[in-house]
Ligand binder design. Sequence first.
Ligand SMILES: Cc1ncc(COP(=O)(O)O)c(C=O)c1O
Length: 471
Amino acid sequence: METQTDHTFEAFISRYPTCARTAVLDDLRARDYARLDAGGHVYLDYTGGSLYADSQLREHMALLRAGVFGNPHSSNPTSRAMTELDERARQHVLRYFNASPQEYAAIFTANASGALKLVGESYPFRAGGNFLLTFDNHNSVNGIREFARAKGARITYLPVGLPDMRADDAAVLDALERLKSNADNLFAYPAQSNFSGVQHPLDWIEQAHARGWDVLLDAAAFTPTNRLDLSQVHPDFVSLSFYKMFGYPTGVGCLLARRATLAKLRRPWFAGGTITVASVQGDKYYLGEGEMAFEDGTLNYLMLPAVEIGLKHLESIGVEVIHERVRCLTGWLIDNLLALRHANGEPVARLYGPASTERRGGTVTINFYTPEGRAVDHRIVEQKASAANISLRTGCFCNPGGGEIALGIEARELSACFRQPGHEQRLTLDDFRLCIDGKSSGAVRVSLGIVSNFEDVQRFLRFARGFQESR
Ligand SMILES: Cc1ncc(COP(=O)(O)O)c(C=O)c1O
């Protein structure tokens, strides 16, 4: 039983007419991502990692084959050639995000987590100061709380509420106002949640600044399908991973940092490449300026030109086109999933996050339910999806706060579990499942991206109908 029965492409286009303007992506998929359809894949894990185009690989390999590149930052010719390409990539990153090089530094890291760790370990947390963050952060943002705690800062989580999994605007402003202090205060949130797809307001950045806070915007899940314009919004720190934006290369991320705020970070150590002078006998070191002080050791230098190639690839399509395609498909996916009913009228799927395409991205997190209202174990869903050549992700996606809210797991249950004998130091995922017995410990995440098409969504909807009991 379904309330919406017309599953044709025409029905889709009549409901989401702007999708017709994104046809270039179908040509692109046929040309540059042909291996997807050749292998019969339904790729629905773009929030895990985007896919690369053949042309990106070709261009990068041609560049490496044609040149001789040595370790950068020396004056020999092969080193100079590499330095030049790496610095070009850095400038391109700043241009892509419309970040003035006077205002922002682009620091290359191994991934978004590397960017977040740089901020966490160097931020001047102290007693009297604050680390404020939303519940739906990735663990690599949550982990910053351990640096804050060690230095005596207060840690405060802002809840997000069901069903939309948004934070209450007034509660955010109230916390920013109530907690502000003369010490350094850091507010961290995801521009887009990798759990629910919620896009939190970028207005919070200036509202926090007006109250004396520094802002860390985790843009890892936002940048693949949205424009982040750093001439319009001015977060102090932005974390991202390039493979999430264009699939290749892995192993490179970035911290975009406002130079003014970067100046107050204090690195806990120095490393090769970060200093102007270090002395053994003099027991002294001098950190370099800007980016230099934050890039430890040898960069993943051969991969940085591939970052520029990836950015040009996105520019040649236009992130707005990708955004619109993903918005339309997300809307169709949600409309149809929520319309699915068992014979007794109960929903087949429950959604954790906004049910409309307003202020949300293409990450759709659900659980399937039996007609009796029991959640289908997400591990079974994953097994069945894999058998159908559908790549999706299940669990909590490194976003435990999102999971706890979505699945109704409460603080007292968690403390009881963590206090059980034997659980002080070690807790496996299976132990944890047993602890919160009777509740689902995870969910099913489907995420859309650069070359998602109508057929991908239709195949997932057909798969979803497999969980429907129709008598
Ligand atoms: C919102 C968000 N932040 C941070 C990360 C961490 O990225 P990485 O694993 O590339 O360091 C992810 C990865 O899924 C993410 O989705």
